[in-house]
Design a protein around this ligand. Sequence first.
Ligand SMILES: Nc1ncnc2c1ncn2[C@@H]1O[C@H](COP(=O)(O)OP(=O)(O)OP(=O)(O)O)[C@@H](O)[C@H]1O
Ligand SMILES: [Mg+2]
Length: 231
Amino acid sequence: MSNVTPFRRGAPGQPGLSAGRAGGMAIVMLASPDHGVGRTMLAAHIAVQAEQTGDGPVGVLDMDPKGDLFQWWNRRQGKVDAPAFGACCDATGVSLTLEGMRAGGARLCIIDTATGDAEALAPVAAVVDMVVIPCDSGAGAAGDAAALGRALAKQTAVAHVINCRAYSGGEDGNALAAMGGGWPAGTVQQANAYAIAMTAGRTVIESHAGSDAARDIAEIWRNLRGILVAG
Ligand SMILES: Nc1ncnc2c1ncn2[C@@H]1O[C@H](COP(=O)(O)OP(=O)(O)OP(=O)(O)O)[C@@H](O)[C@H]1O
Ligand SMILES: [Mg+2]
């Protein structure tokens, strides 16, 4: 489950993500009540962005039986900033798998989940530091995402990401966060580059460095990191 890759140090003075957390590892879970809203894409991109900003070693844990994130991690092996640890498991294996990553030295774990409602996601939400809920800009999807956010906010920090917006603007991200009882973490514009990069085991962070797509991801991780550090 581990991948030998050099990892970067954070900037001097950068507040640590993992200080004070169980075993020194922060845990972020991607979740949503709707299919195809970018959970797996965001999990992979956040993991690589975090490795780049010195928040690694990062582990990715795939709890979706489809295994898209784990397959991406396997395709990523040998490339720069590959998440150091990759695993897949069901709900019964979460504690043990997280323990293994902690023991191996991971400082951040990103968990991808199958589409689920609050009841299905609550047991995992109970052991994470933050749930990130992506949603597209459709009104129905926003209502579902907000309802999930309100339910999980009773257990942990919740952040909302608007994905696949065809134009820029953060207003409805803020509205969604207010409705969903969480933090607005940013907006990801629609770009074919995400799918192309993921298929090759990459991310837009390196395949389209300097692009708007890469900047969207950097901003989201900056925001999520800030929420985690603020506790
Ligand atoms: N901002 C975006 N622009 C264009 N394509 C995107 C964007 N975000 C995600 N995609 C693509 O949309 C598809 C669905 O994304 P992804 O698999 O990450 O969603 P998911 O929520 O994990 O879906 P599932 O319910 O199947 O697990 C993928 O092909 C992905 O590459
Ligand atoms: Mg997925």
